[in-house]
Design a binder for this molecule. Structure first.
Ligand SMILES: [Zn+2]
Length: 397
């Protein structure tokens, strides 16, 4: 048995910083999703650790890189994972330092993806390296993941890994997952769900000076939107109140013509333990009610373009307890248990029955924004927490 202090003393801080910088300097902007360079680095690092490596590619050019360390007993499997893609850098002139420079200033690594979430990819690698260099031997299996297409919520990332990739490679399914998403060293275990709608209302065109001969599609749509917005909004202690946002509306051709068409899109977010079925039932009933009142209402299209249930892991879950203890041990501070507006890669895990949480060094405020950075002391702390969690979840021989 190796003690935890021994493992922590082996964490190579210099190597962790350099690897994070190297990953930031391998741009993997999605869309379109350029993974060649970043996936090559991950593969090489996993191989250096002696992992069995599988490239799980549901589509050419979208390689998930998954490494497996088999434990002596292999009764359960722990996965630590991060996504390799980053959002576009936006206007380069808004950046203080080059977006793909990975420069170090003021105790921070700067660049697109530094927080969300190349810090976690480097962190998981250096964590396992410390565990192995300390000489720990594990009973449980460990999977390290580097996935594609989180930022576009595409089907070829974690969804593909869980549904097809692991089985095809002969790798075990994880029993618990830690994703190193932006959480500022808190634990995130409660996630809002979302339903997006695209709705098209058809009216009938007429002269704008004689609107009584037409049917105004915009006015019909407004009435319908108002009815949809009457949905009861519930509160959740971690993710807050349900929300409805009218994100887009388009209709009409000219000021003096009664508009024939109006299209709008609605983003509805709800907290656990609700199901998106409640939203869909409500919307359908709202349309029925409005049609009963107004026979001229013609809802030509009512499409659900996104449908993700809200999800949560109970605060008393073993993984939450372990990570709480490990964060306290590394930083001296008990992390908060928090909620998030979206679940990213974890959606597919929790949805398929695998409990999971976020624990990462990055902060929400800087993600997807110019001047993204990760603080080096948090980067080091997160990697140390990952290392201790490997000992705790996989257990030593
Ligand atoms: Zn992310």
């Amino acid at each position: 048995m190796v003690d935890k202090a021994e493992v922590l003393s082996k964490l190579d801080e210099r190597g962790l910083i350099e690897l994070t910088r190297k990953l930031v300097r391998a741009p993997s902007v999605n869309p379109p999703g350029r993974y060649e360079e970043v996936s090559g680095i991950m593969r090489e690092e996993f191989e250096k650790l002696g992992l069995k490596v599988s490239i799980m590619e549901g589509e050419p050019g979208r390689p998930n890189v998954i490494g497996l360390l088999e434990g002596s007993e292999g009764k359960r499997t722990y996965m630590i994972s991060g996504h390799m893609d980053v959002v576009p850098e936006g206007d380069p002139s808004a950046w203080r330092y080059p977006p793909f420079g990975g420069e170090v200033h003021d105790g921070k690594i700067w660049g697109r993806g530094s927080a969300d979430m190349k810090c976690a990819l480097a962190g998981e690698i250096c964590a396992l390296k410390a565990v192995l260099e300390a000489g720990a031997e594990l009973k449980g299996n460990l999977l390290l993941g580097a996935t594609v297409d989180d930022e576009t919520a595409g089907p070829m990332g974690m969804k593909y890994v869980l549904e097809r990739g692991l089985r095809a490679a002969g790798f075990p399914r994880p029993d618990m997952v830690l994703v190193g998403e932006i959480s500022d060293m808190d634990i995130v275990g409660s996630f809002k769900g979302r339903v997006w709608y695209r709705v098209r209302v058809r009216g009938r065109t007429a002269h704008g000076g004689a609107p009584q001969f037409g049917i105004n599609a915009i006015e019909k749509a407004i009435a319908l939107i108002n009815e949809m917005k009457k949905m009861e909004l519930r509160d959740h202690p971690l993710v807050g109140r349900d929300t409805i946002n009218l994100g887009r509306i388009e209709g009409g051709t000219k000021v003096n013509i009664v508009p024939e068409l109006c299209t709008f899109e609605l983003d509805v977010r709800i907290g656990p333990p609700q199901s998106t079925q409640r939203v869909k039932d409500y919307v359908e009933s709202a349309v029925r009610r409005m049609r009963a009142i107004d026979p001229e209402l013609n809802v030509e299209e009512l499409t659900v373009t996104e449908d993700r249930d809200p999800l949560e892991v109970p605060e008393g879950h073993e993984l939450v307890e372990i990570i709480k203890r490990d964060v306290k041990e590394v930083t001296g501070r008990t992390p908060a248990f928090r909620g998030s507006l979206s679940s990213g890669d974890l959606y597919y895990c929790i949805k398929s029955g695998i409990p999971g949480i976020w624990l990462g060094a990055g902060k929400l405020e800087v993600a997807h924004a110019p001047n993204e950075y990760v603080e080096i002391d948090k980067l080091v702390s997160a990697s140390k927490v990952y290392a201790l969690s490997i000992l705790d979840v996989c257990e030593q021989k």
